[in-house]
Write a protein that binds this ligand. Structure first.
Ligand SMILES: C[S@@+](CC[C@H](N)C(=O)[O-])C[C@H]1O[C@@H](n2cnc3c(N)ncnc32)[C@H](O)[C@@H]1O
Length: 227
C-alpha cells in the first residue's frame, strides 16, 4: 500500500467499502472521511459524544454507535478498513484495542497517534504542559494518558507478528500558551479545587514565560492484511 501522509489521504486513495472508526470523538473527522467511503460505522465509549456526533456530524453513510473499543461487538474481518485517530492514548489497555482492530479488518488498519520527542526546548516545554493537562484530567476522571512511545507500539506489532509501514511527521510549529491550554478550564471547573488548578496553570505560564510551545509530532502506522 502506498504510504500517504494522513489517514484522510490514505482513505481518499483506497476508497474503502466498509469502514470502522474507533474512538470517533465528536465525529468531525468521521464526517470528513465520509465522501471517500462506502459505509462507516463509528464507535466511541462516551454516550454524550455519540449524541453530539448524531446531532452535529450525521451523514447518510455514517452509523454512530456507543461501544467500548476494547471489546467491539462485530464479526471478524467485518470491515475492509479499520482506523483510529488519537484514541489509543486515551485507553490504558490500548493493546486490546489494537487486537480488536486487527481482528475486525479484512484489508487495512490505519493508526494516527501523537508521539513525544524531547529534541528541543519547545518540545520539552510542550511535554511539560501536557503533563499538567493529564494531572487535571486524571483528577476529574477523564481517560487520557501519556503518549505511547513509538517503540512500544511498534514492539507490540512485532510481538504479534504484524508487518507495518510507519511514517513519523515531525512538527516544530509554535503554539501559543493560551491556545494550548484553551480546554484547561473545562477540566479545572469540574474539580472541587479549581483554584488550585488555575494556580498551577499560572505558575507554569510564569515559569515558561517567553518560551514557546509547539505542535506535537504524529506517527502514521498502516497495516495491509492482504499481503
Ligand atoms: C481525542 S478523542 C479522538 C477523536 C477523533 N478520533 C478525532 O480524530 O477527532 C479520543 C476519544 O477516545 C474515546 N475513548 C476513550 N476510551 C474509549 C474506549 N474504551 N472505547 C471507545 N472510545 C474511547 C473518548 O471518548 C474520545 O472521544
Amino acid at each position: 500500500m502506498e504510504q500517504k501522509d494522513t489517514i484522510l489521504d490514505s482513505i481518499a486513495l483506497l476508497k474503502p467499502e466498509h469502514v470502522l472508526d474507533v474512538g470517533c470523538g465528536c465525529g468531525s473527522f468521521t464526517a470528513e472521511l465520509s465522501p471517500h467511503c462506502g459505509e462507516i460505522t463509528a464507535i466511541d465509549s462516551s454516550t454524550a459524544l455519540i449524541d453530539l456526533c448524531k446531532n452535529e456530524n450525521q451523514k447518510p453513510n455514517i452509523t454512530y454507535v456507543c461501544m467500548d473499543a476494547r471489546n467491539i461487538a462485530y464479526p471478524d474481518a467485518g470491515f475492509d478498513l479499520v482506523l483510529e485517530r488519537d484514541c489509543l492514548h486515551h485507553i490504558l489497555e490500548w493493546e486490546k484495542v489494537l487486537d480488536e482492530m486487527m481482528r475486525l479488518s479484512s484489508k487495512y488498519v490505519l493508526i494516527e497517534e501523537p508521539i513525544d520527542d524531547p529534541r528541543s526546548d519547545a518540545k520539552r516545554n510542550t511535554m511539560r504542559a501536557q503533563r499538567l493537562y493529564l494531572e487535571v484530567q486524571k483528577e476529574v476522571g477523564f481517560s487520557h494518558y501519556p503518549h505511547i512511545p513509538l517503540n512500544t507500539i511498534l514492539g507490540y506489532f512485532k510481538q504479534r507478528g504484524w508487518d507495518v509501514e510507519t511514517k513519523v511527521i515531525k512538527s516544530d510549529q509554535p503554539v501559543d500558551f493560551g491556545q494550548f491550554f484553551s480546554a484547561f478550564g473545562k477540566f479545572a471547573e469540574k474539580s472541587n479545587r479549581k483554584e488550585y488548578w488555575y494556580d498551577r496553570l499560572d505558575r507554569l505560564k510564569h515559569e515558561l514565560k517567553g518560551k514557546t510551545l509547539c505542535e506535537e509530532d504524529e506517527v502514521f502506522i498502516s497495516v495491509n492484511r492482504k499481503i
